[in-house]
Write a protein that binds this ligand. Structure first.
Ligand SMILES: NC(=O)c1ccc[n+]([C@@H]2O[C@H](COP(=O)([O-])OP(=O)(O)OC[C@H]3O[C@@H](n4cnc5c(N)ncnc54)[C@H](OP(=O)(O)O)[C@@H]3O)[C@@H](O)[C@H]2O)c1
Length: 289
């Protein structure tokens, strides 16, 4: 008989995320071991506990989820986890701090179902954050030209340099966007717009779609009022507004939730998987809306 499915949840935040715990339970995990306030120095003992308790054939019934609101801290935990594995002694790992990989993947999967990404240009508002920069990275891999918008040129430029290095091409350019006029100017050359600003940040007011009728797709991941793109409802899920296909935060969030659960389920198929942005996106492409 298969051993029970145990998910080890490493989270730099104290208390750890209730959201990630609930999604894990809803994904059918039998036991969740949550380590809140987890530091890289805690990792070796936790991973050894995972590796040395079950025989090699049962290692696939234990997996690790790395979350937390601090994406850089999660990257350190991930590094330490990988460094602790040796030979066949490993378990599968999903990395999704602050939901950034699942959210960005869901947004780009949905966009790709409506617009030919390789022939398009996209403006990413809030493009310097974890979600926005991952949307950009995925778009870059699909051949989309990207404008990374920020309130400050330096932040946009640094993000573009990091993305060029991650994707291996100069697919993005920085754009300073700090008011409606500068955003509409940047949007002039783009068929897609993604709003990935901090919660409650409105980038464009209601009515902007009338001034940018050439935009084929608008996606907003901010669910906290006011939304990032005025006039787009959080529940929009491919809703046509004029010539523009619109997705709001809940419209994207519905696929994000399915994707998060599917990634967790897939962890238990083998003991050697590392699910990060590209792998999560690939799983997202297999899901229906
Ligand atoms: N729908 C879902 O399922 C889901 C899941 C996870 C997250 N989210 C949402 O996704 C969004 C992005 O998350 P994140 O963690 O990447 O966001 P974040 O790091 O908090 O913010 C993203 C960017 O927003 C810009 N920003 C911050 N305050 C601003 C302000 N007052 N005015 C204008 N721009 C501002 C900053 O860019 P600059 O400083 O460079 O201008 C920042 O880099 C959030 O709204 C979050 O709630 C949604």
């Amino acid at each position: 008989m298969d051993k029970q499915k145990i998910l080890i949840h490493l989270d730099g935040d104290q208390p750890a995320s209730a959201f990630d715990a609930i999604v894990a339970i809803d994904a059918g995990i039998d036991h969740l071991l949550t380590y809140g306030g987890c530091q890289p120095t805690d990792v070796t003992a936790i991973v050894h506990g995972a590796l040395f308790t079950r025989g090699p054939a049962d290692l696939k019934r234990t997996a690790i989820f790395i979350g937390g609101s601090d994406v850089a801290a999660a990257a350190l935990l991930k590094q330490k986890v990988a460094a602790t594995f040796f030979g066949p002694f490993q378990v599968s790992v999903l990395c999704d701090p602050n939901g950034c990989n699942t959210t960005a993947s869901a947004a780009v999967v949905l966009a790709a179902r409506h617009v030919p990404l390789a022939e398009s240009s996209a403006l990413i508002l809030g493009g310097t954050g974890p979600v926005g920069s991952r949307i950009a990275q995925l778009l870059g891999r699909q051949g989309t030209r990207v404008l990374i918008a920020s309130r400050t040129f330096g932040r946009a430029q640094t993000t573009c340099q990091q993305l060029a290095s991650a994707v291996g091409s100069n697919f993005c350019e920085p754009a300073v966007c700090n008011d409606t006029a500068s955003i509409l100017r940047a949007l002039h050359s783009c068929q897609l717009v993604f709003a990935a600003g901090a919660a409650g940040v409105e980038f464009l007011p209601v009515g902007w779609l009338d001034e940018a009728p050439h935009v084929q797709l608008a996606a907003d991941v901010n669910a906290v009022a006011p939304v990032g793109l005025g006039g787009i409802s959080p529940t929009d899920a491919g809703h046509q507004r004029g010539a523009t296909v619109c997705f709001g935060a809940l419209g994207i969030g519905s696929l994000k939730m399915k994707l998060h659960k599917q990634c967790l389920r897939q962890l238990f198929e083998r003991n050697d998987q590392r699910l990060d942005l590209d792998e999560v996106f690939a799983i997202g492409q297999t899901l229906p809306q």
